[in-house]
Design a protein around this ligand. Structure first.
Ligand code: SF4
Length: 520
């Protein structure tokens, strides 16, 4: 290499810099060590920069020395662009001798990269040099497999007032720069993998890989994940909880109408929610989202407010989605929200099913002439919950599709957030009503079997959201089985899904068009 990079930068996002991000500095230092160990045969004798806290400075210094880096420099700054600008000021002068061309560049890791692929990284650096790029990155490799390469020319062209991320700036202005986009198969973007240790799920993933062996090639990743489903399915990230199976509406698009009367009107025992959340916290210890949904109106649960309070106070909860038709008296819920701490209130997203603003269509869709009441409740809730936390949900079905543009405009004008919901026929249990078919042409594994856990009001956990209320499709019952045990039962079905053996999964996968939708 004639012009190798002049520095290595570990840029840590806020999450990793927070006290929680550093809860285990020993592991972080080990990951830093592995990254530099894998990188040093390609580039060394250059400085390493990071915005990591000063408390780890001494150990980080020793690690960089061990792998022949000139020094470890901790620079603190609030904005990414300022941070890189400071580094550029400290890098040596251009080596080209050409006043028009500054070839100086540096490697950037967004987090750390203990599973760095050395060969791919070397190839990326060589291509950056060969094509005289100002910015090089991979679009399809997961974070933590190769670094990004930024040139000083790129950094110095950032507007002084720019406060966003450099990758986002490049994406918006890509035609202005000589950019090298590095593509290597297999394309695993669908897997949403992250090997940068920037969040707990990523750290769990890295730890499972490293327990197997230390040196990985990128092309070994997929087969390992398929043969070890527990590595990818390290815990649910989305719990759909049917607080109350029952409703005063008869919606056209709800499979609840097909249930036998004895299977309807069931309220979840609050102890079941307690057990679920405490096990989610203790056994998995990963961030998760909860949705109060299922086949029914959650606000009809007699303990609805207490269940909201219980859920939002769970330490690892990221978001609580409450999916409602909003026809019940909201007074008690309003009081509950008003009494919440600001940080807990922020976790709540209210999803209001409101696919029309036409009174007559509303009655036809939902089976009740109740639009005025719902709009009144919406106004009342908006006084305690910011509109940025209230999502009006429009179901994309033929019956209301012509209204969409006007509905969208009005909702935006009113300041609410918008969800355009895909119609679910529950694998042809309901008539096909979708306004358009968005199913990808190539079939991949199912996200619901990978990350979701669907809890019925009677404590049964369904194999997936497509078999609600069905005992036949149950993986276990929270009253009798542990959450870990129930979750592990889904592992072979994930493997079958990832291998394309959909017919072997005891769920209606072959006629299902929900597999590509991602909740959390
Ligand atoms: S693809 Fe199969 S597992 Fe996934 S949601 Fe559909 S029926 Fe359930």
């Amino acid at each position: 290499m004639k012009y190798p990079p002049q520095a290595v930068v570990f840029y840590l996002k806020d999450d990793l810099l927070s006290p929680q991000g550093f809860s285990d500095p020993k592991t972080f230092l080990r990951y830093l060590e592995l990254t530099l160990e894998k990188l040093s045969p390609i580039v060394k004798n250059i400085p390493v920069y990071s915005n990591l806290g000063k408390e780890l400075s001494e150990q980080a210094q020793a690690i960089s020395k061990k792998f022949k880096y000139s020094k470890f420099i901790i620079l603190e700054t609030s904005r990414e662009s300022d941070y890189f600008a400071k580094i550029c000021d400290q890098l040596p002068d251009s080596r080209t001798g050409d006043p028009e061309w500054d070839e100086t560049s540096f490697l950037v890791f967004d987090g750390v990269a203990p599973l760095l692929d050395r060969n791919l990284t070397e190839e990326l650096i060589q291509r950056h040099e060969k094509y005289l790029a100002q910015y090089s990155y991979s679009e399809n490799l997961p974070s933590g497999i190769v670094p990004r390469i930024l040139s000083r020319e790129f950094v110095r062209s950032l507007p002084a007032e720019y406060s966003g991320g450099t990758q986002e700036f490049l994406a918006k202005n890509i035609n202005q720069f000589d950019t090298e986009i590095f593509y290597t198969s297999p394309d695993l973007r669908q897997w949403r993998l992250d090997f940068s240790a920037s969040n707990p799920r990523s750290r769990r993933l890295i730890s499972s890989f490293l327990n197997e062996k230390e040196n990985w090639k990128y092309d070994e990743v997929q087969s390992f994940l398929i043969s070890h489903p527990e590595v990818f399915r390290s815990g649910p990230s989305y719990y759909e909880i049917e607080l109350y199976r029952g409703c005063e509406y008869d919606c056209l698009f709800c499979p609840r109408q097909n249930l036998k009367p004895e299977e309807d009107n069931i309220a979840l025992d609050p102890k079941v929610l307690d057990q679920l959340l405490s096990q989610a916290e203790k056994e998995f210890g990963l961030p998760y989202s909860v949705c109060f949904g299922g086949l029914g109106e959650p606000t009809l649960h007699p303990n609805f407010s207490e269940l909201v309070l219980k859920t939002v106070s769970s330490p690892n909860l990221k978001e609580l989605f409450i999916e409602t038709a909003l026809y019940t008296d909201p007074e008690k819920f309003i009081q509950t929200i008003s009494g919440l701490k600001e940080e807990d209130k922020k976790k709540i997203s209210l999803i209001v099913n409101l696919s029309t603003r036409d009174k007559r269509t509303y009655s036809q869709l939902y089976g009740k002439d109740n639009l005025e009441n719902v709009l009144k409740n919406l106004r009342s809730i908006s006084e305690v919950l910011p509109k940025s936390s209230i999502f009006l949900q429009f179901l994309k079905i033929k019956e209301v599709d012509p209204e969409l543009d006007q509905w969208y405009e009005e909702t935006q004008k009113a300041g609410y957030e918008i969800i355009l919901q895909k119609y679910n026929s529950y694998s042809d249990v309901l008539p096909q009503r979708r306004a358009s078919d968005l199913t990808p042409l190539g079939r991949d594994f199912c996200w619901h079997i990978s990350r979701d856990l669907y809890l019925n009001a009677n404590g049964e956990v369904s194999i997936c959201k497509q078999t609600p209320g069905s005992k036949k499709h149950s993986l276990g019952n929270i009253n009798q089985n542990s959450l870990v045990e129930i979750w592990a039962k889904g592992n072979p079905f994930f493997t079958a899904s990832a291998q394309g053996k959909h017919e072997t999964i005891p769920a209606p996968c072959l006629s299902c068009d929900e597999w590509y939708t991602f909740n959390a």
